[in-house]
Design a protein around this ligand. Structure first.
Ligand SMILES: [Fe+2]
Ligand SMILES: [Fe+2]
Length: 208
């Protein structure tokens, strides 16, 4: 990883450390940083196959959820808030304006394709959003979904609802890039198979 990207990672980690030092210790921070690391790797892979700017994609992936390390929950605004946090930092790094704007747009629009400033959609911004979605539907997220309950009936109900959503996503059309769609479908297929088998086995869990 380049020195520049390492500096960006340090910036995100410092933000998290400051929030923790202020007394806001969230167990979600650990998941969030690990999610970020995987998004960076997915982004790199997609940028290489799509012929996009790898450095821009990786920089945006490192920063995309930085606002999630604040004590406040910004909900669907968190992409735009992340871009606002990143802007003064990137300005200090002295990147070319075009590069910086592409990074910031990719961060701002990663949740719902909307930024609060004018910028065209770029292959890099599509990739950041795709990389994020690929990890959001990966096996780690599955672990997180199902490891905190003993209420199996509720869990099975959630599983069947989730199955419907996943199957709808599997019909395609929601990812920005072709290679993103391939990786996304791989995640969906794993979850669909798992949830179908879980639902199947739940029918065998009959009291005697
Ligand atoms: Fe996000
Ligand atoms: Fe994310």
């Amino acid at each position: 990883m380049s020195e520049r990207l390492k500096k960006i990672a340090e910036f995100v980690k410092a933000r998290r450390a400051a929030t923790e030092a202020a007394g806001h210790i969230s167990p979600g921070f650990d998941y969030r940083w690990k999610h970020t690391l995987r998004v960076v790797q997915y982004g790199k892979r997609l940028a290489e196959t799509e012929g996009a700017d790898v450095e821009v994609v990786m920089a945006a992936c490192i920063l995309h959820d930085i606002s999630k390390f604040d004590a406040e929950d910004y909900g669907r605004e968190h992409g735009r808030v992340s871009a606002r946090i990143a802007r003064p930092f990137l300005e200090r790094q002295g990147d070319e304006k075009e590069t910086m704007d592409n990074i910031l747009y990719s961060i701002a629009a990663h949740v719902d394709d909307k930024a609060d400033f004018e910028h065209p959609v770029t292959v890099e911004s599509k990739i950041v959003s795709d990389a994020d979605n690929i990890d959001r539907f990966g096996p780690y997220r599955l672990l997180l979904l199902f490891n905190e309950t003993e209420d199996y009936e509720k869990l099975i109900e959630q599983a069947s609802n989730r199955l419907l959503t996943l199957k709808k996503y599997r019909e395609g059309g929601i990812m920005g890039t072709k290679s993103g769609e391939e990786l996304f479908n791989r995640q969906l297929d794993l979850q669909i198979t798992f949830l179908e088998r879980l639902t199947e086995d739940s029918r065998l869990t009959v009291e005697i």
